[in-house]
Design a protein around this ligand. Sequence first.
Ligand SMILES: C[S@@+](CC[C@H](N)C(=O)[O-])C[C@H]1O[C@@H](n2cnc3c(N)ncnc32)[C@H](O)[C@@H]1O
Length: 313
Amino acid sequence: MPFREAFDCLWCGRAHRTRSGEDLEGWAGLCPDCVGRAADNGFLRFRLRTALQERSRASGGLSARSDSASAPAAALIDPARASASESALDDPDAAMKVYYAARAREYDAVYRQGGGGTGGSVLDLWFQRELDEITGWLDQVPLRGEIVELAAGTGWWSPLLAQKGELSIYDITAEPLDIARGRLLAHGLRAHIHVRDAWQEPDRQVDGVFCGFWLSHVPRARLGNFLALVARWLRKDGLFAFLDERAGTAGADPEADPETGMTVRRLDDGREFRIPKVYYAPDELEEALREAGFGRCEVRQTERYFLMGTAVR
Ligand SMILES: C[S@@+](CC[C@H](N)C(=O)[O-])C[C@H]1O[C@@H](n2cnc3c(N)ncnc32)[C@H](O)[C@@H]1O
């Protein structure tokens, strides 16, 4: 991650401005308070260790700094501590956060490269055709007024949503949101953009909630809780809309285990992350939506790749 002079802390979301390009906080994307808490938290330790390496690389490999922020981080280069921090990524929430932050720059390739992967050009064309189909579907979904997009990532869907109402986009890390900000600017559109956990309790009620490719990262055991949280975001008659991947066809992740609802994702640097990946069936989602208090639940799938749905509170 490049050095940032000013940022919202990756962990607590608080805005912070560094004093100089040497500040470890700016390399870690963490505020001083969260840097101070690193000894007790695997994700913070991981960020600090990476930040130390990146700062050291940027300064030509020099290390052994003595500023106060580096004190808790110094222990991170100790291999025993390092493996302890990596094992914290056994926590699926932390793994999702680190994995998607690291992938932010390459994430949009999933939309551009098509559905082939190993399948070849016909599947790629099919994927693009269905991508057009779900874009057209979302375009006609009657979201309006105040709209919240949870786990918005790089904001692929945000320009479309921002044309429908007053949009707030949230994600657990700043990296994808930076890309979303650029995308909205390129379209001459505006949104409120903040680091925020999708599991955080709503701070207000809004007219619409949208989630793109997020429900499949909600473990089955937590689906009811998440949908109930979406219901709490919505005013009466508010609309929930979502897009996701569908089960059982060419696009499905071959490593996703239907028994555990987990998959393994790898980064180019070899790091592996076990994260939730559940391919929900339309009737399972409709039932869970009804149980969470939604009405007029409609979930359907495209032929090969996608699933889309709406429900009214
Ligand atoms: C599969 S991507 C979907 C991105 C975007 N919604 C889309 O449709 O292209 C999942 C996103 O969830 C974000 N994420 C992971 N854990 C989160 C959490 N607890 N709260 C909010 N966002 C989270 C990741 O940073 C990533 O951007």
